[in-house]
Design a protein around this ligand. Structure first.
Ligand code: FPP
Length: 239
């Protein structure tokens, strides 16, 4: 904590929470136990990010590709999400957290959609950390949906071809209104982006750690931020 520059806290941190399955295997437990333990990490990271006054924390909880997993695991993840929202919403609200999501929620069972909607409504007027949960999210799917909306607006002559700028494209993505991530963290030693925020991470700093997600805690977030603060960001210029 002493090494941290409180004036250089990333505004938006995005995390690929990876390694739940390997954590479970290491502890000779079913994969579901790894996901369950992953919720502990979420709790701790939310607390730390709030304390550090990070503006947005985007968590990759369920990708468009995760449907390929056994049905049992998919329904466990849904159950875990609903339980998490039911159990933690009061505490998150107290912490002034705003819940947002990115991704196509229409594929989720109605009861899951309703719980997410309730959590969003309850926390909408807060002004603390934005906990942005990526659910049925894939960057290519997001860009595809944005293009479809842009094409419709074009057809209706609401926008013209001159409007097809970086800003307009960004404004039709699920992350509209949010700053781009400054820092992207992936746990578990894998060094891939896995279809996560491809447009938005154009200038993000990437941080990879071997820590498995269920073991990740506030102090690991601090380590990542200190590492980020040692980087010289040039955004294509000379710095
Ligand atoms: C990746 O680990 C993790 C996931 C696909 C799910 C992440 C979900 C949570 C942490 C909990 C639920 C979320 C909320 C917001 C309550 P993996 O299963 O791919 O791990 P492995 O690569 O070691 O098998």
């Amino acid at each position: 904590m002493n090494e941290m520059d409180m004036t250089q806290i990333p505004r938006h941190i995005a995390i690929i929470m990876d390694g739940n399955g390997r954590w479970a295997q290491k502890h000779k437990l079913p994969r579901s136990a790894g996901h369950q333990q992953g919720v502990e990490a979420i709790r701790d990271v939310i607390k730390m990010a709030s304390q550090l006054k990070v503006r947005v924390l985007t968590l990759y909880a369920f990708s468009t590709e995760n449907w390929k997993r056994p049905e049992e695991e998919v329904s466990f993840l849904m159950k875990l999400l609903v339980e998490y929202l039911k159990k933690e919403i009061e505490e998150l609200h107290k912490q002034n957290v705003i819940i947002r999501t990115i991704g196509d929620l229409s594929a989720f069972p109605l009861r899951v959609q309703r719980e997410i909607e309730k959590a969003k409504e309850k926390t909408a007027a807060n002004n603390g950390l934005i906990m942005n949960i990526a659910l049925n999210y894939g960057s290519r799917n997001e860009i595809g949906r944005a293009l479809k909306t842009i094409a419709e607006k074009y057809k209706e002559q609401i926008i013209s071809s001159e409007d097809f700028t970086d800003e307009i494209i960004g404004a039709y993505l699920d992350t509209k209104g949010l700053p781009d991530p400054d820092l992207l963290i992936r746990t578990s030693g894998e060094k891939r982006i896995s279809n996560f925020l491809l447009w938005q991470i154009a200038y993000a700093e990437l941080y990879f750690t071997d820590v498995l997600w269920p073991d990740f805690r506030g102090e690991d977030l601090i380590k990542a931020i200190v590492d980020y603060q040692l980087r010289q960001r040039r955004f294509g210029g000379l710095g």
